[in-house]
Design a binder for this molecule. Structure first.
Ligand code: SF4
Length: 234
């Protein structure tokens, strides 16, 4: 039975609140600021800029990369990346080598010293992991699903750099096992079912799907069971 209230103040916050979307955006900005401050503090402690530290993290996660690929991932100019790489090489944390796929192109790779440094730097969001761990498992999963959709939407609009998420991967097959399955999705690379909680945000095996396939996968994730997988996915 619907509860009927006679208190005229019951709808006060309906008419005196910013939208939920507005408040989520403000909340995310606060989290982003906390992360940026933590990252800056750690980078300064080790004598690196935030960009240099991010480059170390990319090289540790993805192996040797061309400078243009690093710039694209960070969403900064080639000149900014070039200066940071020069500085990392001078500090003995990175080195340049020839791209085996194109002898005219150069890649950047970590030195052993750079790898040690990157591994210690990659622990910097620990404070955030600790806070998220305090949420219930259901809330963590809902948070992950919401953030993945949000990032994929922003990527589609070119508002954030591309990242290696399942939703934009050629191997990802959303809802292949049906919405009722405990693990409804499928990774074609390892040929195994995956649940929503398994969706990756940064996967070393990621291979970028065509834009229209990534958009379709995002719509399918959003629409859930109402979307049918492509026939070629079956
Ligand atoms: S290869 Fe990685 S990114 Fe691609 S679907 Fe499998 S787990 Fe996801």
């Amino acid at each position: 039975m619907t509860r009927v209230s006679s208190d005229p103040r019951d709808d006060y916050f309906d008419t005196h609140s910013d939208s939920v979307a507005d408040r989520v955006a403000v909340a995310l900005a606060k989290v982003g600021l906390a992360m940026k401050n933590a990252q800056l503090a750690q980078a300064q402690e080790g004598g690196l800029s935030a960009t240099q530290q991010q480059i170390l993290a990319i090289l540790a996660a993805r192996g040797a990369q061309r400078p243009s690929a690093i710039a694209q991932r960070l969403g900064v100019t080639a000149a900014t990346v070039s200066d940071s790489i020069k500085s990392l090489c001078e500090k003995g944390l990175a080195e340049r080598d020839r791209d085996p796929d194109d002898a005219r192109a150069q890649r950047v790779a970590l030195t052993p010293k750079g790898r040690r440094r990157a591994e210690s730097a990659m622990g910097w969001p620990d404070f955030l992991v600790g806070a998220i761990d305090k949420l219930s498992a259901d809330k963590q999963e809902a948070f992950l699903a919401g953030l993945i959709e949000l990032i994929a939407t922003l990527q589609r609009e070119d508002k954030v750099p591309q990242s290696a998420m399942c939703v934009s991967c050629v191997y990802f097959q959303p809802w292949r096992h049906g919405a009722e399955a405990a693990s409804p999705h499928h990774c074609g690379l390892v040929d195994a079912p995956m649940a929503h909680r398994h969706l990756r945000v940064e996967c070393p095996e990621h291979e970028r799907a065509a834009d229209e396939d990534a958009s379709r996968a995002l719509e399918q994730l959003r629409d859930g069971a109402r979307s049918k997988p492509k026939r070629s996915d079956l």
